[in-house]
Design a binder for this molecule. Structure first.
Ligand code: MBD
Ligand code: FE
Length: 286
């Protein structure tokens, strides 16, 4: 891919992710939007104090302070706050939010979920372009409750990057719902979805997050992943991601979102596709 295409992609992704978040989640995430003043006081004071501690402990200079200040400004200008927060902060929030669950492990949502993907039957193919590149993947399984009861009519919302690591609606030139769908399970809670196995994913390297990564000598890779939200009436919705065994970045995901329970082991099925099975267990509504 050319340098120009990458640049266009990073900018478009940041702007779209910011707009998406403000459309879907304003009110839950804005300062003091429904959050009690005492709680805001406690959390804001502790975060600010933690920053002061770092400055004193490391004798931070004015030069470093100004580099940080201009970097923080550029994160906003690039529209990369959703990316920054979901890569480096969300995993801790997810851990706290799901600590008492008995059902399937989940992980972070990330910046690229879009509600309202086309509804598909339990046996289906995700919307894709003619000749969509990537190894075909048949992903099948069952959704149950914690006592093993099948959840008929559960909804499996799936979204994923294409073989170039690009997400529809966040990178230009991809059909609106490409590799996105809302799959309804059958009478036994089962599903069988044909898609493509996504490629390892590099977060945009040409924006503010990429500049932080380069400046710190980190890397920008996430292992290849499928994103899912699984929901059923009377149950806690599960937000998760599934990875692929043997992926080099399983052990060092830039977003710290891999858990051992979330790794698929797809096998060639003799019909030109890889096949992987995964069962989801949903907790009852708290
Ligand atoms: C992604 O595709 C993603 O899943 C996360 C968590 C962050 C950036 C891009
Ligand atoms: Fe992703």
């Amino acid at each position: 891919m050319s340098e120009t295409t990458l640049k266009a992609t990073a900018a478009a992704s940041g702007a779209s992710a910011t707009e998406r978040f403000l459309t879907d989640k304003t009110g839950t995430g804005t300062p003091a939007g429904g959050v009690d003043a005492e709680r805001v006081n406690t959390l804001a004071t502790e975060v600010i104090t933690a920053v002061h501690d770092v400055i004193r402990r490391h004798q931070v200079t004015y030069e470093e302070y100004n580099v940080l200040k201009s970097w923080l400004i550029s994160v906003g200008q690039d529209g990369e706050w959703p990316l920054f927060l979901d890569v480096w902060v969300e995993h801790a929030v997810e851990e706290v939010a799901t600590a008492v669950r008995k059902g399937s492990k989940g992980t972070i949502e990330g910046p690229y979920y879009v509600p309202g993907a086309p509804t598909l039957p339990s046996v289906c193919t995700l919307p894709m372009r003619d000749g969509e590149s990537g190894t075909p993947l048949l992903f099948r399984g069952q959704v149950t409750g914690v006592t093993g009861e099948p959840l008929a009519g559960a909804l499996l919302e799936m979204w994923q990057a294409d073989d170039e690591g690009l997400y529809a609606q966040f990178a230009p030139g991809i059909p609106e719902w490409n590799l996105r769908g809302s799959v309804a399970t059958d009478d036994e809670g089962r599903f069988a979805v044909t898609t493509i196995q996504p490629a390892p994913y590099q977060i945009p390297t040409d924006g503010s997050c990429g500049r932080l990564i380069a400046a710190a000598g980190w890397h920008a890779w996430r292992p290849a992943h499928l994103h899912l939200k699984v929901s059923a009436p009377g149950h806690e919705p599960l937000t998760t991601q599934l990875y692929f065994t043997g992926d080099t970045h399983i052990a060092d995901d830039v977003a710290s979102a891999v858990k051992p329970e979330l790794v698929l082991d797809p096998r060639p099925n003799g019909r030109g596709a890889n096949e992987a099975t995964y069962d989801f267990v949903l907790d009852p509504t708290a």
